[in-house]
Design a protein. Structure first.
Length: 147
């Protein structure tokens, strides 16, 4: 009887742990609005401090580039080469999403970040984003830090 009770308690503990855990520690931010993200992102210029595409670190692709998000939805990137794009922030299913697009890019790092990014965290110094591929379900992470 004691053994069955102990076994039940252990089973309940592990079931709780398994249900409470997920494969991804990062979930999209709650409590932040698209308007708040708009205010944060247009204030200053940003560098890419993390770009992880499907588990592969590719932050070096953005070394030397500075991103300037403008209130009119335009995006100017300066550095080794100048790039232009668009952005906005919207809410989808209660989560803030930032679509970024570099329309003239058909290959390379700027094309690879032309996607819909969900906000994980956003402060006046750092904005962490996540994209889940519709093709294979892989996860990409992009972090901008104010320079």
């Amino acid at each position: 009887m004691k053994r069955n009770l102990r076994l039940s308690a252990i089973t309940l503990f592990f079931a709780t742990v398994i249900v409470g855990c997920s494969k991804d520690d990062k979930t999209t931010a709650t409590g932040i609005t698209a308007a708040q993200v708009n205010t944060l992102i247009v204030d200053g210029t940003w560098d890419v401090s993390l770009y992880n595409e499907a588990g592969v670190d590719q932050v070096s692709d953005f070394s030397g580039y500075t991103f300037d998000f403008n209130a009119d939805g335009s995006l100017l990137v300066t550095g080794p080469a100048e790039k232009t794009g668009t952005w906005n922030s919207t809410t989808e299913s209660g989560k803030v999403k930032i679509p970024i697009a570099f329309e003239t890019e058909t290959d390379g790092p700027f094309e690879s970040i032309s996607d819909d990014w969900f906000v994980l965290t956003a402060t006046d110094q750092k904005i962490e984003l996540k994209h889940i591929s519709g093709g294979d379900g892989s996860e990409d992470f992009l972090t901008f830090e104010k320079n």
